[in-house]
Design a protein around this ligand. Sequence first.
Ligand code: ADP
Ligand code: ZN
Length: 652
Amino acid sequence: MDKFEVLKKYFGYDSFREGQELLIDSVLAGRDVLGIMPTGAGKSICYQVPALLLPGITLVISPLISLMKDQVQALKQAGIAAAYINSSLTEGQIAKALEYGAQGRYKIIYVAPERLETYGFLQFAGRVELSMVTVDEAHCISQWGQDFRPSYLKIVEFVRRLPARPILSAFTATATGAVKEDIACVLGLRDPQVLVTGFDRKNLFFAVETPGKKDEYLLRYAREHERESGIVYCATRKNVEAVYELLSSRGMPVTKYHAGLENEERQANQEDFIYDRKPVMVATNAFGMGIDKSDIRYVLHYNMPQSMENYYQEAGRAGRDGEPSECVLLYSPQDVIINRFLLESKEPAAGASSEDLAAMGERDNRRLQVMVNYCMTRNCLREYILRYFGEYGSGACGNCGNCRQEFQEADVTKEAKAVAECVLEMRQRYGINVVAGTLAGEDTAKLREYGVSAYHAYGRLKGWSLGGVREVITQMLTEGFLGQTQDKYALLKVTAKTRELTEGEAKLILKRPKRDGAGQQEESGTSKGGKRRKSDILNSRGLELFDRLRELRTELAREEGVPPYMIFSDKTLVDMCVKQPFDRGEMLEVSGVGENKYARYGQRFLERIKSLTGGTKEKTYFGELDEAAAGEPVRGGSGAWGRSGRGRKHYR
Ligand code: ADP
Ligand code: ZN
């Protein structure tokens, strides 16, 4: 077999992606490789395909038990003999796995780095033919990175002890300059073929929303994405509980995860999510490491995270399968306060001097500011992210909330003055809600209690929505015309700069989405992006078919005890709806259907497709069939979104 045959037979794909081929060819030529590719780029194929072609065993070193399990399960589904060895197994199971390994029953074995120095494992490794050692999440070896794992240093010693040096391959999604050097150097890669494909995740749509009422926005969003899998990240456990209650009280299939839950409950909830029994997860950032669920269609941040590093990692859990997915951040100025509070109450690093602590505090604040600016910018969000990580994009990606939104500028200096005067009149004793409510002339129990109608400012911006006034205030905060106390009350304060506004020296310009008018209407609160999902190429008939096939997938997943996405990806199902295969040959044409998957599930899908279509192929998609329908997204250029007309569902 050659690499193409392996790709087709086991994975069901017709061609390699950018970069995969280069790395695979290098390995097959006996050269070390280092692949730095973003999540979802297809790193696994880069070592799994050569592993099947090399004579001996490939050892994959991976830091997370759940990832190993997931990978091995997926390989077995594809008909590849694989095993993992880690602390989740009993000693007896480990001995058995090593025995089978020595008999040559596995082509690929996953191990935790700690295992490498144990006597039993070393003995095993010295006895078998090891063709390649692959280091997954290779950035863990670098002390410069965020996720340094001392146990990764054991890899070097392990390789040195082997009777023959195997090929070394290393992969990671996150490596900046220093980390990259470190990987190659510390691991002792020899003249490695290095491939860096950049951070950009073309299939992810980024947006920031500033809804007046996050709960309303969230409910609407969750409803609009009803049958999809998503993660809602919250800053605190309390928020997780509240959001979880909110969604589950409306009958949505949600589960939750945070460090305050018992281990067992966390485990059970995580499984409910992975197996799609509860496809929506509400969680703190404690959730996600080692989650390989590839069909997460959205990651919604209910609060702004503390840094771009965190945000990109969390948001990046969407769309690992390469299908269009959304990353929406719900921002409110309150988030800054929450995060300051969280940062301040963080355990100080052990043994850190006071200077260290001060420096760390400063770094934390800088990172927070980067996030605030991300939330405030009206320029391309993707560009903003890429630049932060040291790359350049096209300047305007066309696939983020800002690129898809037309703005118009409004001079709100007059309104800003009114806000400043209101804050002063109220003697700086209130936060954004009360001030905005007062100016908008709201009549709520709380405002009555504060007696705000006695102020001159009361109702001064009547005609403006609460959201509109808040937006003016937010902009004032961003530009420093107002400040907030750093406690949980976040009282609005005037600043040295406030006078520039009140004395007419400065202006405040608000860039507002065009469709909203100048803030005088009730805000719409819906996603600017609209949805353009994989299934957008399907017409209503196609969608119906897609739903039926998803049901079948769920049935099979239950029978087999594996997560649905491991049977076939959404993308594969879409391709199936487009091609409507009626026999084995046609089924094997579908992207993602390899021979083993066919043997396991092909018949059931063929039967279902036949019975659903009555045996005649129907037109299930819009427009002409092009590569977009053939499984892989269109690459480069304007990407899968750029095609005119179809697949774009515009602003609501
Ligand atoms: P990574 O480890 O880089 O995050 P994965 O290896 O999990 O990415 O691959 C992401 C997805 O892309 C998987 O669903 C995988 O099957 C798919 N994929 C990888 N290579 C190809 C290819 N050549 N053609 C089509 N799909 C591919
Ligand atoms: Zn953009």
